[in-house]
Design a protein around this ligand. Sequence first.
Ligand code: C2O
Ligand code: CU
Ligand code: CU
Length: 477
Amino acid sequence: KVYTDYFYDKSAFNTHDGGYVPLEESQTPPQPLNIPAVLAPDQETNSDMYYTITAQTGETQLLPGAKTKTWGYNSSLLGKTIIFKNGKTIHLHLENKLTELTTFHWHGLNIPGPIEDGGCHAPVYPDGSRDVTFKINQPAATCWLHAHPCPSTASQVWHGLATAVVIQDDAEAQLPLPRNYGIDDIPLILQDRRFHENNQWDYQADYDPDGVQGPTAMINGTINPYFDVTTQRLRLRILDGANRREWRLHFSDNLEFTQVASDDGILPEPIKFTHLMTTCAERHEIIVDFGAYKPGDDVVLYSDDTPIVHFRIHQFASDNTKLPPHLVEVPGPEIDAALPVKHVVMSGMDEEVMIDDQKFNMQRIDYKMPLGKCQLWDITNTNNMKGGMIHPYHMHGTAFKIVSRNGHAPYPNEYGLKDVVSVNPGEHVVLKVWYDVAGIFMYHCHIIEHEDGGMMAQLQVVDPADPEHKYQLMDHE
Ligand code: C2O
Ligand code: CU
Ligand code: CU
């Protein structure tokens, strides 16, 4: 079976937003797609890895003419790709060379909060640093690192503080998937920007409480990119790293592709598509087979009708690898019958956004759930203002399984581990939620301006061995 639609409610697509900014085809000369280098450890042993990660400012040649002022991790824009192996203990030296405070949030990592997780409560001040240590304990996946100071996550990510994190494990290593980084296995970070005078970005000028958008697609920090295809199969680790944009992806000739992983791991079975919609912060790993093309061909990836990446086909060895019908066993504990269903309501748009009729308060713990127990969470989007909009709901520090959408089966590519689920207007989505680590964790809409605007709450995962643990919670700046 090949799926050819986008599943979500068409009437709620971002194209209906009052402030919608359509993508425009880039008029700048084609550039080779930036493939971020892999971040080298400072030191490593068989069990431990040590890294320094520096948030910094810089300048990047994005367009002909003036360079653009940008931010990045160990680079002028975005960052290096960080590769962690399951089972390793990671030691990080986090440095802030910006002029404002930042945090280093590990989106998709099952690590304790609020400090290691790097949400709002783990500031690193200008010219300061912080050291954190955590152990990787989760399946292979594409995750990401991004800034998360409240309430300036949106502007910091917009300036460039986001980068791909790849988790590797033995189960993934057994599968016949491309994994030659930079050759047949590449991140594809989808973002959009508006260039103002002198090729500069201006977050304030572009501000929209429903999410800042720009007309120019920026892929891995490249404007109008092409990628030289030298293998028949290519694995794309797609990350919607945009503040607000939904991407409705399809290739020229309606080329089929196969999704093999979602946010936090490999899918139980590969799913074939011609069209795929991604919402903010989601990850989709897809395999594209260029077997029907010949050297000189140009295969185009579009979002809606705008070309965003050109794949230039070169000579490649033929590759008849078939994916097995079953890929991995997806973990998921039994629901604890003693726990009630936890309800979460996302409401409003613009400045009105809330969770459970409240704005985020850093000092308030909105909910407690026990460590190691599995509970049903029912997430509702009551947003019906102006036709409503889709809210991508995210939880820190864990991955969940999607049980149902309005009582029906989840979408076909939603049977793996996820940490973002987009909820249609009027819909309620039931999740199986469990935590392997204790602490304070945020849950929020991942339209980043909604998150900064208060569509966020926090829970405490209570360790029965230490139920009275007092966490130091920051207050708003
Ligand atoms: Cu990408 Cu609060 O997270
Ligand atoms: Cu997160
Ligand atoms: Cu939202």
